[in-house]
Design a protein around this ligand. Structure first.
Ligand SMILES: Nc1ncnc2c1ncn2[C@@H]1O[C@H](COP(=O)(O)OP(=O)(O)OP(=O)(O)O)[C@@H](O)[C@H]1O
Ligand SMILES: CC(=O)C(=O)O
Ligand SMILES: [K+]
Ligand SMILES: [Mg+2]
Length: 580
């Protein structure tokens, strides 16, 4: 072992680990030094190691590597998965669609999470409906450990429980069959164990405003009842469409083919949700997904709360899963930092056959308004039990990718299924395939773009991004490099769904974690100065050292770094550079 400047290098087999001992704060990055030592990687937690002098590294255990001279003047914040993909498939082979996994008992150990990370998980989702905060805390700490020690770049999302009407788990652990014509009592009375033909309904006011003759639907169609009698707050119902009553099944009411909206009566953020949000803030999560959002104000309220806690960098995603949220869609999209099309509960509130078109419309409006959008629920549902997907599921995943959703999400497939890794690889392969097809067919040419910017600088940034993507596609450049503090221009570029990948260089770790969710963006943490030429010079040197680009590669460079001292009129710029 030898201490060299501010880096300690330890060797173990032919892997080299290092830890940084300098005054600077460093975060999750890997560096590769292929030209000097084939197969040897110095993995460390450096953000940008400024080692001006030549490094002398002596590795006692491996004499062959002793006394190496490494002339590094920086380390690039590349995560291991992208680095591997880039080496194997080149720029155009990099996957654009981002992948989210819900973490549950089937994938919560460090080893399970590492497998998902290697499989391309960009964001880990913790559903606060299930399990304890201590359990979630352990998962979060494992993810942070993977990022810090193994060079991954995984963002963290918590998903609130929200309030909705559902059946209290009747305690027998399995489903009960409701036969045609059988009479059932839906009650708010609380009792232990189970009673025949009786269902405990969660939410005291569940029967308020419900009339005899209304339909009570379980889980969006699993079973249907007709209300035949009201007894106080209890409802006596006759089964008209037999089916299964699963533990915690969801309840909705319908009258003359229309949903009786009960969701609006319930608070979007309950006392438990606020406690979970505080938990998320203290654990430093990157996204909070809010369940059962009804209106834009639900989001604004939380965003205001986050700013009073100095946590405005946490992005707030609105889950579209109620009929009310569809009525207020545009306002909700504008107020939030992104959207999740939560098809599970949405299917309880709107007829199932409407889901595909509603999804397409939501994905489109999000891209227009430059907000990331996630397509979630039942993408590969059969894989909870089986190791291969159905053909219909593959078609559904393909459709979401074809629509240019930013991200796809696994729920039960990863949380409780036996084939989480396989499900993730199906998402990965289908995404790659469809992205290739869209590119070959020039599909992104058909994407329309509305003007978002109001002020002149905003409009300039938007125009630069639109034109840059057109140029990048027409010139067939290998990559787009964007220098950005808060990710604005990176996101405007992504909105145009360009052919080449977008490498976003930022000096803010929260921007890295946010951009992780967005289509086609590979965020990289580096040090940025106000001198753009210097930024470009340094990062180009870094990407060359890392083996990321080679001589002759053409890169389109875009920047939105604003010098703080004087507002330089041309702070936003486009350049096309060939690597020399
Ligand atoms: N942290 C967890 N602990 C235990 N089980 C979990 C956990 N997270 C998810 N699950 C299980 O995985 C299933 C699918 O997860 P998912 O997040 O889609 O939940 P959900 O209950 O359908 O609710 P939501 O509408 O919020 O998504 C859940 O029904 C639950 O059984
Ligand atoms: C993800 C989620 O909450 C749903 O599909 O209902
Ligand atoms: K939830
Ligand atoms: Mg839901």
């Amino acid at each position: 072992m030898a201490i060299v400047n501010d880096i300690t290098v330890l060797s173990s087999g032919n892997k080299v680990f290092s830890s940084v001992l300098s005054k600077k704060q460093f975060f999750g990055v890997s560096v590769c030094v292929p030209k000097i030592v084939p197969d040897v990687r110095v993995r460390n937690r450096a953000r940008f190691v400024e080692v001006k002098s030549t490094l002398q590294i002596n590795l006692d255990e491996k004499n062959v590597y002793s006394s190496l001279d490494l002339d590094l003047d920086g380390i690039l914040g590349f995560d291991v998965v992208t680095e591997k993909e880039l080496k194997e498939k080149g720029f155009l082979g990099l996957r654009k669609t981002k992948l989210i996994c819900t973490i549950g008992p089937a994938c919560s150990s460090f080893e399970d999470l590492e497998r998902l990370a290697l499989g391309g998980m960009n964001v880990a989702r913790l559903n606060m409906c299930h399990n304890t905060r201590e359990w979630h805390r352990d998962v979060i700490s494992n993810i942070k450990k993977l990022n810090e020690e193994k060079g991954f770049c995984i963002s963290l999302m918590i998903d609130t429980e929200g309030s909705q009407m559902y059946m209290v788990d009747h305690g027998i652990g399995s489903s009960v069959k409701a036969e045609d014509g059988s009479i059932w009592l839906f009650t708010t009375e609380r009792y232990e164990g189970s009673r025949p033909f009786t269902v405990q309904a969660y939410y005291e006011g569940f029967s308020e405003g419900i009339n005899v003759g209304d339909e009570l639907v379980i889980d969006g169609g699993m079973a249907t009842f007709e209300v035949i009698e009201k007894d106080g707050s209890d409802l006596r119902c006759k089964c008209t469409d037999p089916g299964l009553l699963l533990p915690s099944a969801k309840i909705s009411f319908w009258r003359n083919g229309k949903l009786v909206e009960k969701n609006v009566e319930l608070p979007t953020l309950s006392t438990k949700d606020w406690a979970d949000i505080d938990f998320g803030i203290s654990e430093g999560v990157d996204f909070i997904a809010v369940s059962f959002v009804n209106e834009a104000n639900d989001i604004t309220l939380l965003k205001n709360y986050l700013s009073t806690k100095s946590s405005e960098f946490i992005k707030v995603l609105a889950k579209v899963e109620s009929l009310e949220s569809l009525k207020n869609l545009k306002d909700i999209v504008e107020a939030s930092d992104g959207i999740m099309v939560a098809r599970g509960d949405l299917g309880v509130q709107i007829p199932l056959e409407q889901i595909p078109t509603v999804q397409e419309a939501i994905v489109d409006i999000c891209r227009q308004l430059n907000k990331p959008v996630i397509v979630a629920s039942q993408l590969l549902e059969s894989m909870v039990e089986y190791p291969t997907p159905t053909r219909a599921e593959v078609a559904d995943v393909s459709e979401a990718v074809r629509q240019y959703a930013d991200a796809l999400m696994l729920s039960g497939e990863s949380a409780i299924g036996s084939f989480g890794d396989k499900a993730l690889s199906v998402l990965r392969m289908v995404s790659n395939r469809l992205e290739l097809w869209s590119r070959a067919e020039n599909k992104q040419r058909l994407l329309s773009q509305c003007q978002l910017g109001v002020s002149l600088p905003e409009r300039i940034a938007e125009q630069i991004c639109n034109c840059s993507v057109e140029m990048a596609n027409n010139l067939g450049v290998d990559a787009i490099f964007v220098y950005t503090r808060h990710g604005n221009m990176a996101s405007l570029l992504s909105r145009n769904r360009p052919n080449p990948p977008i490498f976003a260089f930022t000096d803010k770790s929260c921007t890295v974690k946010t951009l992780n969710l967005q289509w086609g963006i590979i965020p990289l943490l580096v040090e940025l100065s106000e001198d753009m030429e210097d930024n470009i010079h340094r990062t180009f040197k870094l990407v060359k050292t890392s083996g990321m680009v080679k001589k002759g590669d053409v890169v389109l460079v875009v920047s939105d770094i604003i010098p703080s001292s004087s507002i330089h009129p041309s702070f936003q710029s486009i350049k096309v550079k060939t690597i020399v």
